[in-house]
Design a protein around this ligand. Sequence first.
Ligand SMILES: [Zn+2]
Length: 84
Amino acid sequence: MGELLTITNILIIMTLIVNVITLIVVVMHIKNSEEKKESVIETVVPPLTPSTTSNEIGVVFCRSCNKPYDSTLTICPDCKESRS
Ligand SMILES: [Zn+2]
């Protein structure tokens, strides 16, 4: 009895989620079709990521202990060895 109610509740929640997703998709589709002429130019140009460190993709390796760490850090978090 209790399990049946839980399954029914899950089904109701899933149906609601599907309905919400469908609604969002429909709304987005309507918005896209309305702003078609304006959005075409914007979507052609992809957002350029800042390529200040093209060789290092967010991770650098410590010279001392050889462990990888975030390139935004100036010193190694493990052995406090400076990058430069
Ligand atoms: Zn280190």
